[in-house]
Design a protein around this ligand. Structure first.
Ligand SMILES: [Zn+2]
Length: 146
């Protein structure tokens, strides 16, 4: 709850014609996640669809612990292509290799998919609302028990 409060609210424009949370999130992420969203969801279908889009980190709850999923195949492939391309000509690449060898840095052929750290997370207004209501309900239930 406190964590959720720290984040800005994204207005997705679905307030008037409400759609499902899944569809809303998919529309926000789009085809390339240009807004750099990290999506926190337990919805398997949504997770599956987001894994097809490069650069969408997925957070899910493992028991009570929010867990950042390893980058999807689409993300790794995309990162690999960017790395391969990088706008270098063959000559430049060759030069780089030679320089690296000279410096004793053997080319590491293994491709590591690093996790990107991002500080801000945006949450759609109605998704946040849903989260907040859920947390509040749980707190009420707790209070009743105590
Ligand atoms: Zn929406």
């Amino acid at each position: 709850m406190q964590i959720v409060k720290q984040y800005p609210i994204h207005k997705c424009g679905h307030a008037k014609h409400s759609i499902s949370g899944t569809k809303c999130l998919q529309s926000m992420v789009g085809k390339s996640n240009s807004s750099r969203y990290i999506v926190a969801t337990q919805d398997r279908e949504l997770q599956d669809s987001l894994r097809n889009i490069p650069g969408v980190p997925i957070i899910y709850l493992h028991g009570k612990a929010p867990t950042l999923e390893a980058p999807s195949q689409a993300s790794c492939k995309y990162a690999e292509n960017v790395r391969k391309g990088l706008g270098m000509t063959e000559w430049e690449k060759e030069t780089m290799r030679t320089l690296k060898e000279a410096a004793g840095l053997a080319e590491n052929t293994e491709i590591k998919c690093k996790r990107k750290k991002r500080k801000k997370m945006k949450i759609a207004a109605h998704v946040k609302e849903a989260l907040v209501t859920e947390v509040m309900k749980k707190q009420l239930e707790k209070n009743k028990i105590n």
